[in-house]
Design a protein around this ligand. Structure first.
Ligand code: G6Q
Length: 555
């Protein structure tokens, strides 16, 4: 076994026993045998206090987790598992700025991005909070000057359009937050996002825009990412086709990065660069300067409200006992289905149109974090790790894939997310929307028996088709209304749920080595596609043939 010398952390002692050998895991395996066939109908019958017992409020969010295939004993065993897996020690190590991202030898301190000015978060003996607030202040100055029309483009016109160029963690958070907070955004400005290296993405993003009124935010932690740099160069070419003089780019480009040298080389004035730090992972960076487009859209005050929501959930995660800790409970239940029931996926179903990009955002957060198969001590896992996350806003999903959720052969735990009040009240739309959440969670859990179907006069041959087995679990997450605070709390809830799962799996939730190989190969193949000769291809025969075919077609 190859052991990383950085392995020593506060949490190290707790993860020494391999997951399947932890006594709580073994107790859960035995317990699962007794619970596997129990029906939610039976668990609810004769337990009038179940809904009240299995609910929780934190940071403006309410969670009903009573419709899970578990009992008090299950929860006790899951909390034992969390303790034996060192979840608390690992959490404390994160908040203390320890280098818990072992394979990259980095601290993991996205929680510092939303710290109050009086908070302290230490990295290598230095409180990073003042620096965080300095950058926030600079971001606010820029955001205000653009929003007030004081920042002018090369013709003297104010900026009306903002385009964020970034990918992965430098795109998904900003897009999701912009869509989620559109209600709070400047409606007289246009915000667009370019991520894909497919030229269509850039071409469509600038379609109809006046270059003299357009600002590009090049968002890239490394400032070397192929997609982002290719799009940034195309953006500069697009601007210069009108502006002509390269000096004009200064009024139309700002950068968000940790790489000042590369930003300068690209031609962006370092005065217009907003930094962040290596202790902020890409998929955890939407609260850093990567959120500049969000701040431009909703204004500094609403951005501060967003951060306050994150902070409230951070404080809850950090201080609430495991038994009353919302992210911990969600994380443990995810492990329960993933590892004991063999569920492969989790469906995230926001019943709010503004959250339409939330499932896409969660895909990266969850799967890039916990899609690992090597433990922190370098050995392969012999158990399942992170589940697949996917979803669509309700009610649209109901008319497509919910069939499988209700009557398919797979067990898919669902997260329903809804709000008591709509930001766009319209007749009885909102009541109908919410009726659908409650109806779906109820139908999944309790189904409809053959006897009930038959009693409705259904012919015998049709009864099996119209029967719903039920016993399908869900969380229902509710908040009063979609505010910036609520969005922050919601994202932090999932961040810390992912953390909890990763700690149990004893994996590094903060690296992403799995994206490297494809990048390296694409670089090599990129130059092969335009090579003049047909020799020198040394891939497998399938890849060689595909490259030759493309070369012929492009010629
Ligand atoms: C996220 C990943 C990844 C990253 C992108 C963009 O955790 O690290 O999605 O955000 O590859 O990287 P840059 O910001 O460096 O361009």
């Amino acid at each position: 076994m190859v052991v990383n010398k950085n392995l020593k952390t506060a949490a190290d002692g707790d993860t020494k026993i391999a997951l399947p050998r932890r006594s709580a895991w073994q107790a859960l395996t035995r317990h699962h045998e007794t619970l596997r066939t129990r029906q939610l109908r039976d668990l609810f019958a004769g337990d009038a206090g179940r809904a009240e017992r299995f609910q929780l409020e934190a940071a403006g969010l309410f969670l009903d987790y009573s419709k899970h295939r578990m009992t008090d004993e299950t929860m006790t065993l899951l909390f034992d598992l969390a303790r034996q897996s060192g979840v608390e020690a690992r959490r404390d190590a994160m908040f203390a700025g320890e280098r818990i991202n072992l394979t990259e030898n980095r601290s993991v301190l996205h929680v510092a991005l939303r710290a109050a000015p009086t908070d302290t978060y230490m990295v290598d003996g230095q409180n990073v909070v003042p620096e965080v607030h300095q950058v926030l202040k600079r971001m606010a100055t820029l955001a205000n000057s653009i929003r007030l029309g004081q920042w002018r483009g090369y013709t003297g016109e104010p900026i009306r359009n903002v385009i964020n160029i970034g990918i992965g963690g430098s795109d998904l958070g900003p897009v999701m937050a912009y869509e989620a907070l559109r209600h709070y955004s400047r409606r007289d400005m246009t915000f667009r996002f370019v991520s894909n290296i497919d030229g269509t993405d850039f071409t469509e993003a600038v379609h109809g825009l006046v270059p003299a009124q357009t600002l590009f935010i090049v968002s890239s932690k490394t400032f070397t990412t192929l997609e982002t740099m290719t799009n940034a160069h195309s953006a500069r070419d697009w601007l210069l086709r009108s502006a002509k003089d390269p000096a004009h780019t200064a009024r139309h480009f700002v950068a968000v990065s940790t790489n000042a040298g590369a930003v300068r080389e690209f031609g962006i004035d370092p005065a217009n660069m907003f930094g962040f730090w290596d202790w902020v992972g890409g998929r955890y960076s939407m609260d850093s300067a990567i959120g500049l487009s969000t701040m431009l859209a909703v204004g500094p005050d609403n951005f501060a409200r967003l951060l306050a929501g994150f902070r409230a959930m951070d404080q809850h995660f950090r201080t609430a006992p495991l038994e009353k800790n919302m992210p911990v409970i969600m994380g443990l239940l995810a492990v329960w289905y993933n590892n004991f029931f063999g569920s492969q996926t989790v469906a995230v179903l926001p019943y709010d149109q503004y959250l339409k990009r939330f499932p896409a955002y969660l895909q990266q957060l969850t799967m890039e974090s916990n899609g690992k198969s090597i433990t922190l001590d370098g050995t392969p896992v012999d158990y399942q790790t992170g589940p697949i996350f996917w979803g669509e806003p309700g009610t649209n999903g109901q008319h497509s894939f919910y069939q499988l959720l209700h009557q398919g052969t797979k067990l898919v735990p669902c997260d329903f997310i809804g709000f008591s009040r709509s930001l766009n009240p319209l007749g009885n739309h909102h009541d109908l929307l919410m009726a659908n959440i409650f109806a779906q969670a109820e139908a999944l859990a309790f189904g409809k028996t053959a006897a009930e179907v038959k009693a409705e006069g259904t012919p015998d041959w049709l009864v099996p088709h119209r029967t719903f087995a039920g016993n399908r679990p869900s969380n229902v997450i509710l908040a009063e209304v979609l505010t910036p605070e609520v969005l922050g709390a919601l994202v932090a809830l999932y961040e810390h749920s992912v953390f909890t799962q990763g700690a149990i799996f004893s994996i590094d939730s903060f690296d992403q080595w799995g994206v490297e190989l494809g990048k390296v190969l694409a670089k090599r193949i990129g130059s092969e596609l335009s090579a003049a000769t047909d020799s020198g291809l040394t891939h497998d025969v399938s890849t060689n043939a595909l490259i030759r075919r493309y070369r012929r077609a492009r010629a």
